[in-house]
Design a protein around this ligand. Structure first.
Ligand SMILES: Cc1cc2nc3c(=O)[nH]c(=O)nc-3n(C[C@H](O)[C@H](O)[C@H](O)COP(=O)(O)OP(=O)(O)OC[C@H]3O[C@@H](n4cnc5c(N)ncnc54)[C@H](O)[C@@H]3O)c2cc1C
Length: 388
């Protein structure tokens, strides 16, 4: 199911099958000056169906919102084989927002077979600012200062020293100083006059927070060069370590410096190196815990460190997932964020669409198997519940 079914530029929308790869959408419409905003770093391989299931984010989601803000309607096949259309081709459909319910449900409610997406007009001007800092904390403070000043850049990404060197080893951009504690990439877009003014303001906030040097690029080739390392960062981590464990959590931007210090302390205590590369504007952290899977017990230790990082995020007022979803990996951390009634309410929604738990069982909700906890009797009752 990898076909683009309909392109409707006049109404800024496109209808695709779920197997269409994320960046095929922009490729299909960029010639006419349009694009599809949600751009996960995995966009050359991830599918629109997966994006819908995970409510994926990406570099540009700081300003433009995540997948749910760009899905107008869906055709679904429910676990009993019935088909249903939710949402539609106009933004405000009457009735319950079932499109919003389905997006981010991680495949637990059924299968999306057709997706109507919103397209955006490409901005008049784009500029990428690259600032390097002695410390990650300095870069984090610059991010908080830029947002506090009322600017919403299209994207703001941070990479720490370990990630910078991994990327320079592999992609050799020559743009990221190897001795920097961190780099901050800020993309600005909009009208030319707005972008030019914002560029100077962003540079000033970076300097105020300890930036050592600042460069910027307006032309597409240089911009692409500045982004290339960031886009390759996860893959480059595989160059400096036999294995790595990607964590995904969110914290309020104002807590960036503090939480990053705590992650660093966790790394020192445990002896595992942790590289940080993340959507800083959203406070969406992606610590990469480096380890050697051939060492007995290493994976279990790293998994536990990942769990500690999630607890840090929750304690800082954040969340256990920014964009990668919960799946089977993090479902046992759901009670860190939600109480019994919260989880029960979500199960009621699941039961309406998927009463026999046929669609993606074992995902999203905590189960005794994955959490090593005693079964929650109320949840077990829900499994067999007849709602109507
Ligand atoms: C290197 C790398 C970088 C990444 N960067 C980002 C990032 O910047 N932002 C981000 O949000 N995520 C990121 N991710 C995570 C991942 O790419 C996204 O969550 C993506 O949306 C998943 O799409 P997929 O096609 O890989 O889905 P899959 O992994 O194949 O599926 C994900 C889930 O969706 C369900 N699903 C798939 N299709 C459907 C459908 N049609 N109907 C119902 N359920 C369905 C599956 O059952 C599964 O549970 C990254 C991953 C990697 C490996």
């Amino acid at each position: 199911m990898n076909q683009i079914l309909q392109v409707d530029l006049d109404n800024h929308r496109i209808v695709v099958q779920p197997g269409v790869i994320n960046n095929w959408v922009t490729q299909a419409v960029s010639g006419a000056g349009f694009y599809y905003a949600p751009d996960p770093s995995s966009q050359i391989i991830c599918s629109i169906g997966g994006n819908v299931a995970e409510n994926s984010g990406g570099v540009h989601c700081l300003k433009y919102g995540v997948t749910t803000n760009h899905v107008l309607g869906l055709k679904l096949v429910l676990p009993d084989g019935s088909t249903v259309e939710v949402g539609g081709s106009v933004p405000e459909m009457p009735g319950y927002d079932l499109t919003g319910v389905f997006v981010g449900s991680e495949g637990t409610l059924g299968i999306a077979t057709e997706v109507t997406l919103r397209l955006l007009k490409a901005p008049e001007a784009v500029c990428v600012v690259l600032a390097d800092f002695d410390t990650v904390e300095g870069a984090g403070r610059a991010v908080a200062a830029i947002i506090s000043a009322g600017m919403i850049p299209a994207g703001m990404e941070i990479m720490d020293n370990l990630s910078i060197n991994a990327v320079e080893d592999v992609v050799a951009t020559g743009c990221y100083p190897r001795d920097a504690g961190a780099i901050l990439l800020v993309e600005l877009d909009g009208l030319q006059v707005e972008v030019s003014a914002s560029k100077h303001r962003v540079a000033q906030h970076c300097r105020d927070n300890g930036a050592r040097s600042i460069t910027s690029a307006n032309d597409p080739q240089t911009r692409q060069k500045l982004w290339k390392g960031r886009k390759a960062a996860f893959a480059a981590a595989g160059h400096i370590s036999p294995n790595y464990f990607v964590q995904d959590g969110v914290i309020p931007r104002t807590q960036l410096a503090q939480v990053l210090r705590e992650i660093e302390a966790l790394s020192e205590r445990s002896g595992y190196r942790i590289a940080n590369v993340f959507h800083a504007g959203d406070g969406n952290l992606h610590p990469l815990i480096l380890y050697d899977g051939s060492v007995p017990g290493a994976f279990e230790q790293v998994e536990a460190i990942g769990g500690e990082i999630l607890k840090l995020c929750v304690a800082a007022g954040g969340s256990i997932s920014g964009e990668h979803g919960i799946g089977a990996d993090k479902n046992c951390y759901m009670p860190q964020m939600f109480n019994e009634v919260d989880l029960e309410t979500m199960q009621y929604v699941r039961l309406v669409f998927n009463p026999k738990n046929l669609a993606n069982p074992g995902k999203l909700f905590p189960t005794p198997r994955t959490c090593g906890e005693a079964a929650n009797s109320r949840q077990l009752q829900l499994e067999g519940a007849q709602l109507f």
